[in-house]
Design a protein around this ligand. Structure first.
Ligand code: NDP
Length: 189
């Protein structure tokens, strides 16, 4: 596994592409990213896979729902959008150039936030009763872990919300372990 980000003088692309796709448990290799985009079997990045598992196990319906994803990174936002499409959600991907982010987020039945901006999302961004998934990890002014969502502000508006820590993070690790087992099984065949 490659721990990103790499130092600036090392090409991320060259390093990621040097991993055998069948050992690419992070799902970052273009072959696995392409498989996800085209609905083929392959390794899916742990964080977005963990979010899907979390939604399914919490009984949150995705089919036909408005899903807004804030962030379009290769690691979280883009694969998250592919996975939500595969679950038949109607998907909007917002990013730093999105206009009226608040209005866009407020459309969401399921709001997934992976912007890397501390407490970006307050209750004004959330439709009452929406499911809010917080991918961000930061330290607040008291050195406590917090997310991209202002949990205390949003909790009363949301129908369901993930905490930071103890929400998406452990799911990422679980999905990564699952990919490791799958890889080992594939290599034994
Ligand atoms: P990146 O910095 O790679 O991507 C951030 C994305 O958010 C970009 O697409 C950016 O837009 C967008 N963005 C930034 N600011 C805004 C804004 N003000 N409004 C709307 N969109 C914005 O981050 P990652 O995807 O790698 O990670 C996101 C967060 O998730 C981080 O806090 C990271 O630590 C955390 N993380 C947590 C994991 C977990 O297991 N819980 C795993 C991976 C990440 P643009 O493309 O225009 O620049």
């Amino acid at each position: 596994m490659v721990q990103l980000p790499l130092p600036a003088h090392i090409s991320e692309k060259a390093v990621l592409e040097s991993i055998l796709p069948c050992k690419d448990v992070d799902g970052f290799h273009p072959i696995n990213a392409g498989a996800l985009a085209t609905g083929e079997k392959g390794f899916v990045p742990g964080t977005p896979a963990g979010v899907i598992e979390l939604l399914k196990r919490s009984g949150i319906e995705m089919e036909g729902k408005e899903c807004v994803i804030v962030g379009r990174s290769n690691i979280v936002g883009k694969p998250m959008a592919q996975l939500m499409l595969a679950e038949n959600a109607t998907v909007t991907v917002a990013h730093s150039k999105t206009q009226n982010l608040q209005e866009v987020c407020k459309r969401a039945d399921i709001l997934i936030v992976a912007a890397g901006k501390k407490k970006l999302i307050t209750k004004e961004f959330v439709k009452p009763g929406a499911t809010v998934i917080d991918v961000g990890i930061h330290r607040d002014e008291n050195n406590k872990l917090c997310g991209d969502v202002d949990f205390d502000d949003v909790v009363s508006a949301a129908g369901a919300i993930t905490p930071v820590p103890g929400g998406v993070g452990p799911m990422t690790i679980a999905m990564l372990m699952l990919n490791c087992l799958e890889s080992k099984k594939m290599l034994q065949k």
